[in-house]
Ligand binder design. Structure first.
Ligand SMILES: [Cu+2]
Length: 201
């Protein structure tokens, strides 16, 4: 039978209200210090790790962005693949890539160890820029021009895969980036597959 009702004002039998043991305080201190280390890692990774690139995001009308893309295609088109333009911009150029259901427009042909300013935007819905087989992922949002300073460090034929579900044909949304070597030849670097993304364009 219950003889005593605890109101919460009186401590129940136990030891929890005794002052924390010294070892416990040390562990709380260690955990807190580790929290601070992890907190500092976030900005540190941004500057040192090159993991979160500091791109410039500006607002842009999707149609205006598409107009810039078509202008860019007209200016630097060097060929086509099944009617799809292959565009080779010069070093340091502004490169435009538009994501739309269900394609990446146009095909980019870049050069190894050359720096470009890559502008990414979407015409209709949110899309995801994922450069296969590299670990590069960006959200592509209509109405925003995301500019990144990009230096391909490996030559080869890469695929852009949409990693944001955008509709029934999402799985068919595959783009292409060709990276030529310094002398403009098609080669494939199998060992050094990286893409340096970072810095402020
Ligand atoms: Cu998609």
């Amino acid at each position: 039978m219950l003889t005593k009702v605890h109101t919460g004002l009186e401590p129940v039998a136990g030891t929890w209200w005794h002052p924390a043991h010294k070892a416990e305080k040390v562990w709380v201190g260690i955990a807190f210090a580790w929290c601070l280390v992890l907190f500092a890692m976030m900005p540190l990774w941004h500057w040192k790790g090159g993991q979160n690139p500091s791109g410039i995001r500006t607002r842009v009308d999707p149609r205006a962005f598409y107009a810039r893309t078509t202008e860019f295609v007209k200016q630097y088109k060097v060929g086509d693949d099944k009617g799809f333009p292959i565009v080779q911009p010069p070093a340091g150029a502004d490169v435009y890539l538009t994501a739309m259901t269900y394609q990446w427009y146009p095909i980019l042909q870049l050069q190894r160890n050359v720096t470009y300013r890559l502008h990414l935007s979407a015409l209709d819905f949110n899309h995801g820029f994922s450069l296969y087989p590299l670990n590069v992922n960006f959200q592509i949002i209509p109405g925003y021009d995301y500019a990144l300073e990009v230096t391909p460090t490996a030559a080869g034929d890469f695929r852009i895969i949409c990693n944001e579900f955008c509709g029934i044909g999402h799985h068919t949304m595959v783009g292409r980036v060709i990276v030529l070597d310094e002398s403009g030849n098609k080669v494939s670097d199998r060992n050094d597959v990286t893409l340096r993304v970072g810095g402020t364009p």
